[in-house]
Write a protein that binds this ligand. Structure first.
Ligand SMILES: Nc1ncnc2c1ncn2[C@@H]1O[C@H](COP(=O)(O)OP(=O)(O)OP(=O)(O)O)[C@@H](O)[C@H]1O
Length: 310
């Protein structure tokens, strides 16, 4: 349905996107995962015809979007990272304004605004000015603005950054519902791997302007079929213990987490006992120790040597 061909963007000599090939089949929910600065926003801005590529093209049902930018604007809803609303207008007035931009009028506009408000769970608050809303509610209206014209494809640029857990959960459920029930094709950009794991059938992993891996979640995780993670929860930080584990040749990677340490080890290496013993030697108080299957975060770490969020 939608594909990019060797998309490239250079800003004043700096390469932001470097030969990206993506495709989306109708009805799919696809994740675009990568750290800050990976080139995700630039890629989707080119897909939406908001930024012109230095090289490459975007094709919608086989036709060049560069040559016919209006074709994509009609079928695409794009949710930008920044809130783009009029703070002194009510939610209802904002949505009416955006609906008119899409050419909706009269009863059709009114009923579509009410449908979208209900989908957003904000019908009760529609007469309140946007300035009085929480960050999460503003985000929901921002999403609503992209849905008014009933798009076939929805592209979202990190729609849950910096909002409360309740709104986050609401947005994730809503995106799932739009994809599964309304059959909207979704491209979901995020640096939260757990969101991509929850929402998306297929994932592209981007870093430094390039796609470094792609596939279904299981395909990506199978990259790590020879590894597993040991999670150690500690009562506090133990720098000398961390140093020793980082220097241990049988441990592939040692990462500090907010609760303790995560060790990537060869599968079946039975290092649990040894790790426990080392912790004991450093008089570390172990609250919990467990073995975990790889996550998409681990896949990213394996491919780049870095965490998704630094
Ligand atoms: N308008 C611009 N002018 C110059 N450089 C830009 C511009 N937009 C993006 N860049 C640069 O291109 C690179 C990719 O940025 P982009 O915003 O696409 O990444 P991202 O993966 O979406 O990251 P984030 O999650 O922080 O938005 C970055 O190095 C960024 O500084």
């Amino acid at each position: 349905m939608l594909e990019t061909e060797e998309l490239r963007k250079v800003y004043k000599g700096k390469v932001a996107v470097n030969g990206v090939n993506l495709f989306l089949e109708r009805g799919e929910s696809v994740g675009l995962l990568g750290p800050n600065g990976a080139g995700k926003s630039t890629t989707i801005s080119m897909i939406a015809s908001l930024v012109s590529p230095t090289e490459g093209d975007v094709r919608l049902n086989g036709k060049s979007v560069l040559k016919n930018p209006n074709t994509i604007r009609e079928v695409l809803g794009i949710v930008p990272q920044e809130i783009a609303l009029y703070p002194e207008l009510t939610a209802y007035e904002n949505l009416k304004f955006f609906g008119r931009i899409y050419g909706l009028k009269g009863k059709k506009l009114e009923s579509r605004v009410q449908e979208v408000l209900s989908l957003l769970g904000l019908s009760d608050r529609q007469k309140d000015i946007v300035n009085t809303y929480s960050g999460g509610m503003k985000r929901r209206i921002n999403i609503g603005a992209a849905l008014l014209h009933n798009p076939e494809i929805l592209i979202m640029d990190e729609p849950t950054v910096g909002i409360d857990p309740q709104s986050r959960s609401y947005i994730l459920d809503m995106v799932r519902q739009l994809n599964e029930e309304k059959e909207i094709t979704v491209l979901y950009t995020s640096h939260y791997m757990e969101e991509v794991e929850r929402l998306c059938d297929r994932v592209y992993v981007m870093d430094h302007g390039q796609v470094i891996a792609s596939g279904t979640k299981n395909e990506l995780k199978s990259i790590l079929s020879s590894e597993e993670a040991i999670l150690i929860e500690l009562d506090r930080e133990y720098p000398s213990l961390t140093r020793e584990l980082k220097g241990d040749e049988t441990i592939l990677q040692t990462l500090e987490t907010n609760k303790g340490l995560k060790l990537i080890v060869p599968k079946g290496s039975r290092l649990l006992g040894k790790v426990f013993h080392i912790a004991e030697r450093h008089e570390a108080q172990v609250i919990n120790i467990s073995v975990q299957e790889p996550t998409l975060e681990d896949v990213f770490l394996h491919l780049t040597g870095r965490k998704l969020r630094d």
